[in-house]
Design a binder for this molecule. Sequence first.
Ligand SMILES: [Zn+2]
Length: 338
Amino acid sequence: MKGFCEECRDYVDFTIEEVKRDKEIRGISIEYTAKIAFCDECTNELFVSELRDENLETINRNYRLTEGLIQVYEIGEVLEKYDIGKRPLSLILGWGEGTLSRYVDGDIPSRQYSDILKRLQTDFEFMLELLEKSKSKITERAYTNCLRAAQRNLENEKEMMAVFQSEEKIDSVVRYIIYKSVEITPLALQKLLYFSQSFYKAFTEKFLFDNDCGAWIHGPVYRNIYYKYKDHGYNPIDEDVDKFMNFDLTETEKTVIDTVLLNFGCYSGKILEYMTHAERPWRESRNGLEDSEVSDRIIEKELIEFYYKEVLGKYNMINISDIRDYSTDLFRKIQRSS
Ligand SMILES: [Zn+2]
């Protein structure tokens, strides 16, 4: 790609650099990172229309961020969410019929108009109200499509609220693990929960969730989660978790779970089961039981806490990423014993 350099009076190669710039819009100074082309021959700044357009978009976006105005792409999302066109929505809102077209092309809405569009992002009942009031302004078809979409949004929202309200912390962790795993069986899920809980306690002094863990024949098991997924047997859990992308988890909690998945999630459920069989908490909890003896004994939290504190010291773990040494060691151990 070449650009015209005024100094060299010729088409030249150029290099694009990112430069901090300011631009005043409507009396407000907007800081932005501009992409500027410099001539490779004389280092003079060049005019490149594509870069100008890109910079204008950046300024526009930053201005909206600073002023709390709706972004262009968000307006697009609103139209999609309600399955409605720019013109009919403009009419429903009582605006000029070309208003939303201009906004989608990049015109900046006034605060009042922006606030209404923002409200439409999440307030589906507000949309339903507007729709009923302005029914006569749009075609029957536009009305029906929008009505259906708004009702569907409202239902999804209610469903999601119900899920969140009835959810325990462990459910959030489960959903997150399923969401992050390419493929996961109920057996593997149980063990990954157990390792997440144990390492979270070891590194932060707190347990990730309150639930007690059973010392079952096939290793540590969280009973309520077992019953929730037992129909999958040894098959991967194919639950559609993408629908609920909100997890009630802090960044630290996510980091610990991510690291457990990275270092233990690569093993099959059966391997993970053998790993937990090699650890003291499960073995001690099943003291005196036959290998195949069903039991409702739990693995006491203190046992987990004490054991993993020891692991932390023994492996000189400082960062959560250090758990790698432990998982590879466990893996070697069970290979030797089988
Ligand atoms: Zn030049």
